[in-house]
Design a protein around this ligand. Structure first.
Ligand SMILES: Nc1ncnc2c1ncn2[C@@H]1O[C@H](COP(=O)(O)OP(=O)(O)O)[C@@H](O)[C@H]1O
Ligand SMILES: [Mg+2]
Length: 433
């Protein structure tokens, strides 16, 4: 089963449970927290949106509520996003909303939720959006987490969408698992560029209120977004995506002095550098472009990259192979040399047997050691420091068990030799014949 199929399977289970919940009369998605006024009921919206048949409330979050609806004339399934009524009381809000809606409507990308329409109806600001039939990344993670290959399939799609939007001068500012939707085929659709601004407009003097500048979800916000919200650029999205990626891989949020992902969970240690770079506190040290982030992830997922590894790993592998060849060559030489000497002396029988036994044991020892070393190195690369530690313990355990065994066998052998009378020199070759 490939990762896209696995994501689709998880989505199918989620959708079935949503249907079951609806059949039992419960809403599958959480209602708005009690501190917020409850979202308007679908019935109460009917009169305000004559073009739409509002079917049900899908969910409510920090920026309003989302409903599933049918566009009557176009007979199209759409999502209606209604912003909190209170926002309409801010005299500056309408202008800002209009500007943003226009910027968002320009975004036309397969990984971004399309904006079909926007406006104000009876004081309610709304957006009519492409309806995504699937689940949010949050729901997918809650339904049993994601294996690293799935995360590696999802993040590049987000990078694609971000790079596209950034190229248009639009910063998302609120990348979080709730805003990453996955349709039934596992395709990513980023929702809610609702906090995005045209870069350069969000300054203290431009009349934008703090609401517009600070909005973002605390744990996913870049340090500069918290410190100086007016001075945020596209690299804030790269940080937030780093948080989402870390969470997808480890199930934890990177807060305080957090551990590299491979120490939090058994993972390919090469992921650490990729994730940690996105999470740099100083934006100058992060990936400067979403595309750069995506390239690094693609390189990790590529089977060739996996085999080739880094330049240094390749160099070490070459050194290892050279040492094994050298050892094997030296042993083969010793074997032939001694055997030839024995043949010439005509005493090859007992002596040759010992040489062959010793050489074979030595060769096997070298090969075994090389395999063990390779296993530890592989574990270090594939599963991180924790995996390497465990592999190291296993190898050490095996050595500790084998060493006394070898000592006992050697002691017995030495004793046997000491008891047997010295070998009579064999008859000269000519006599034997
Ligand atoms: N275009 C869409 N199509 C389908 N469902 C959506 C769409 N946009 C948002 N949703 C759903 O509505 C929920 C509420 O969205 P929102 O109000 O943006 O709050 P939040 O993003 O904080 O969860 C989301 O969690 C998601 O499940
Ligand atoms: Mg949202």
């Amino acid at each position: 089963m490939n990762h896209r199929t696995r994501i689709t399977a998880t989505l199918t289970v989620l959708l079935l449970s949503t249907f079951a919940a609806r059949a039992l009369g419960q809403e599958a998605l959480e209602p708005a927290p009690p501190s917020r006024p409850p979202p308007p009921s679908p019935e109460s919206l009917a009169g305000r949106f004559p073009d739409l048949e509002v079917l049900r409330l899908v969910g409510a979050g920090g920026m309003g509520a989302v409903y599933e609806a049918r566009h009557r004339r176009l007979d199209r399934r759409v999502a209606l996003k209604v912003l909190p009524e209170a926002l309409g009381r801010d005299p500056h809000f309408s202008g800002r909303f209009e500007r943003e809606a226009r910027a968002l409507a320009r975004l036309d990308h397969p990984n971004i939720v399309r904006v079909h329409d926007s406006g104000v109806a009876d004081g309610l600001h709304f957006l009519v959006l492409e309806f995504v039939d699937g689940a949010t990344l949050r729901q997918v993670m809650d339904a049993g987490g994601l294996a690293p290959p799935e995360a590696l399939a999802i993040v590049p799609q987000i990078c694609h969408a971000l790079q596209y939007a950034h190229d248009q001068g639009v910063v998302h500012r609120d990348i979080k698992p709730e805003n990453v939707l996955l349709d039934r085929s596992g395709t990513v659709k980023i929702a809610d560029f609702g906090l995005a601004k045209l870069v350069g407009r969000a300054g203290p003097g431009d009349g934008l209120t703090t609401t517009g500048q600070v909005m973002g979800t605390w744990h996913y916000m870049a340090p500069e977004q918290v410190r100086t919200p007016a001075d945020v650029d596209h690299r804030a999205d790269i940080y937030s995506l780093g948080v989402v990626f870390y969470e997808m891989l480890t199930g934890q949020l990177p807060v305080g002095h957090f551990r590299p992902p491979s120490e939090a969970r058994a993972l390919d240690a090469r992921l650490d550098a990729v994730v940690l770079r996105a999470l740099e506190r100083e934006r100058e040290l992060r990936y400067q472009r979403a595309e750069e982030f995506r390239t690094e992830i693609d390189r990790l997922g590529h089977p060739d990259a996996r085999r080739e590894g880094t330049g240094r790993a390749r160099a070490w592998r070459l050194v290892g192979a050279a040492l094994v060849c050298l050892g094997a060559g030296a042993l083969a030489f010793a074997l032939v040399h001694e055997a030839w000497g024995g043949v010439r002396r005509g005493t090859q029988d007992a002596f040759l047997r010992e040489v062959i036994k010793g050489s074979a044991a030595g060769l096997l020892g070298i090969l075994g050691g090389a395999c063990a070393l390779r296993a530890v190195l592989l574990a270090a690369r594939e599963r991180g420091a924790e995996g390497a530690r465990r592999a190291g313990v296993v190898v050490l355990g095996a050595v500790l068990v084998l060493l006394p065994l070898l000592a006992v066998v050697t002691a017995a052998e030495v004793e046997r030799h000491a008891r047997t009378p010295p070998d009579q020199p064999g008859p000269p070759m000519e006599e034997r014949r």
